[in-house]
Design a protein around this ligand. Structure first.
Ligand code: HEM
Length: 144
């Protein structure tokens, strides 16, 4: 049973109440989404091929989603309704490689914006789990 007082921060860092605050608020979450899509554009052909030419809307939507998911303003919910991430990703071929690429680019983005531990480790682990959970296909076995 969790016996910590309700006032105690449940996250593995100091005074900030949420990952959103700990990362540094709106500008930093936006920077994370922008860095993520910039890294995909630079170095992940498999993810780049799934995305539109102009990445600004994709980045804006990820920013809005992460804002609420990290405990900040629920911008995605307000503007687009329930995220239904599984349903919205069904049309993309997400195998192990694509999910791992997503996490690799997100880890790169956390580094690029200079996110500090432990919030960096927390986001990397939780978003990594989310990416794995969105896999919707198995890669063909090249030995068969
Ligand atoms: C597992 C690997 C993943 C792949 C390959 C992937 C790919 C994509 C693609 C191609 C889009 C459409 C972008 C556009 O049309 O602009 C998209 C949208 C989106 N993705 Fe992912 N994604 C992955 C994981 C995730 C994860 C882990 C999250 C959240 C933690 C996430 C959040 C979103 C959101 C919020 C959108 C916008 C949905 C909308 O159109 O309203 N994705 N994703």
């Amino acid at each position: 049973m969790d016996v910590r007082p309700a006032s105690e921060n449940p996250f593995p860092w100091g005074a900030a109440a949420t990952p959103y605050e700990e990362l540094g608020g709106e500008a930093r979450v936006r920077a994370l989404a922008d860095a993520f899509y910039a890294i995909i554009d630079e170095e992940s052909p498999v993810l780049r091929a799934m995305l539109p030419k102009d990445l600004s809307v994709s980045s804006q939507k990820l920013f809005e989603f992460l804002s609420g998911w990290m405990g900040g303003p629920g911008l995605y919910w307000e503007r687009h309704g329930h995220p239904r991430l599984r349903m919205r990703h069904v049309r993309f071929p997400i195998d192990d490689h694509a999910a791992n690429e997503w996490s690799r680019c997100m880890d790169g983005a956390l580094d690029r914006i200079g996110a500090a531990d432990p919030v960096k480790e927390f986001l990397s682990a939780e978003l990594g789990k989310a990416a794995q959970s969105l896999r919707n296909m198995v890669s063909p076995d090249p030995t068969l």
